[in-house]
Design a protein around this ligand. Structure first.
Ligand code: HEM
Length: 413
């Protein structure tokens, strides 16, 4: 390693309070090139962690749950105390097989192809209505009034919440996810208040579906049975909190970043209008580009190595998806946005293996439906101010994004 190289590594700080300015792609470029398995110090007294930035390594670690556990220390970077860890281990993201296998089989009942089909038909209608609702105004706040709408409505639909509860769910999901780093989203009642409120909302609906079954996900989940086992009430409620965390902010922000990418590349938006067959590859490129979860963590269960670097039992290992998605060994010209990119083996939904995103088809459908409505119906959308980013080393978030467009009159209005 040359002196200059080691100097650039000395500047690496993936915990700095700078995520609010953007994804540190310059640091990831250096890491992939010079130290793809990099020992990163923690400033809050934590022991430090390995930052994994190459596509192949993120994939390998995700597939090898025996070596890289999601359960041992859970999947967030900070070291959880015993009580917090026990709480986290009740959710699917923080379980290893065989516990994970049982849980995933049970909750998968809510995500059968038939359930997804019902949801997908609904998504198209909802996306059209979201644009109907803003189309005559000409100036809106993109994040809350457009990007957030379909994901939050679908989560409410899955849980069985009514329309008047959508706005509250939007606020609660901000507190659940953004509250970790961003002061704007921290609730006065303390960090557990949002989780408790969701918990109680779910409880009421679950009780109703047991008594009055319907053709919906909540009914499928309250009745899901595998090997004569059912989800307990606590497991069910925690699953819905996971859905809100895993499936709401992520998709909303993917839509935000997709919009910004198309505003930066108007030629590609035009191609999408001219050739709708490009939508499938375009959505994959939007996913690669927007990569809305920065990382999940694993913990080494025994001494091992990655890229020849020794990793000790108990070490924290952090998988950086946004970096894997710009790996020059896998993607040609990785820092360019190209809606025709194929193949496109992005790791936005995780590196594969047992934790592969349960909501991937749902998210794809939500992104496609919303973006198609915007591209086709509001073609001259533009920013009227600088997007405000979420301060988070976990979610690649945008909080506010003011836009304007030529208002359109609704047919029959
Ligand atoms: C663009 C949107 C989304 C992104 C970027 C995303 C990302 C991810 C990632 C990276 C993982 C893997 C976690 C790991 O390996 O530790 C994951 C798992 C998961 N996702 Fe998603 N997700 C999205 C949308 C959704 C949606 C819409 C839902 C459901 C409504 C959902 C539900 C889940 C669940 C339940 C898991 C845990 C699966 C398991 O542990 O077995 N996600 N997601």
């Amino acid at each position: 390693m040359t002196t200059t190289e080691s100097e650039s590594l000395r500047g690496i700080d993936l915990l700095a309070d700078t995520w609010g300015e953007g994804v540190p792609h310059d640091q990831f470029d250096i890491l992939r090139r010079e130290a793809p398995v990099f020992w990163h110090k923690e400033t809050d007294g934590g022991p430090g962690f390995w930052a994994i930035t190459k596509h192949a390594d993120v994939k390998a670690a995700s597939h090898d749950w025996r070596t890289f556990s999601s359960e041992l220390g859970a999947t967030f970077i900070p070291t959880a105390d015993e009580e917090m860890l026990a709480q986290l281990q009740l959710t699917i993201l923080n379980m290893d097989p065989p516990k994970h296998e049982r849980y995933r089989r049970l909750v998968s009942r809510g995500f059968t192809p038939r359930m997804i089909r019902i949801l997908v038909e609904d998504i198209e209608r909802r996306a059209a209505r979201v644009i109907d609702d803003v189309s005559e105004r000409g100036e809106v706040e993109f994040v809350e009034e457009i990007a957030a709408q379909v994901p939050v409505q679908m989560i409410c639909e899955m849980i069985g919440l009514e329309k008047h509860q959508w706005q509250r769910m939007f606020e609660l999901s901000n507190q659940l996810v953004g509250g970790r780093n961003d002061p704007e989203y921290q609730s006065a009642e303390g960090p557990d208040a949002a989780a408790m409120e969701v918990y109680m909302l779910c409880d009421a609906v679950a009780a109703d579906r047991r008594a009055n079954p319907r053709d919906d996900i909540m009914t499928a989940l309250v009745n899901a049975e595998v090997d004569e086992e059912r989800l307990t009430d606590a497991e069910l409620n925690l699953f819905f909190i996971t859905l809100i965390v895993a499936g709401n902010e992520t998709t909303r922000n993917l839509i935000n970043h997709s919009m910004l990418a198309l505003l930066d590349h108007p030629d590609q938006a035009r191609r999408l209008r001219e050739d709708p067959d490009l939508w499938d590859t375009a959505v994959e490129e939007m996913l690669r580009w927007g990569s809305s979860i920065h990382n999940f963590r694993r913990t080494a269960t025994h001494d091992t190595e990655l890229q020849g670097v020794a990793i000790k039992e108990g070490d924290k290992v952090v998988l950086y998806y946004a970096s894997a998605n710009r790996d020059e060994d896998v993607f040609n010209d990785p820092h360019s946005f190209d809606i025709t990119r194929r193949p496109n083996d992005h790791l936005t939904f995780g590196g594969g293996g047992v934790h592969f995103c349960l909501g991937a088809s749902l998210a794809r459908a939500e992104i496609k439906a919303t973006m198609r409505q915007i591209v086709n119906r509001l073609p001259d959308m533009e920013l009227t101010g600088k997007p405000v980013r979420l301060k988070s080393d976990f979610v690649n978030g945008i909080k506010k994004m003011p836009v304007r467009f030529t208002p359109i009159a609704l047919a029959g209005a």
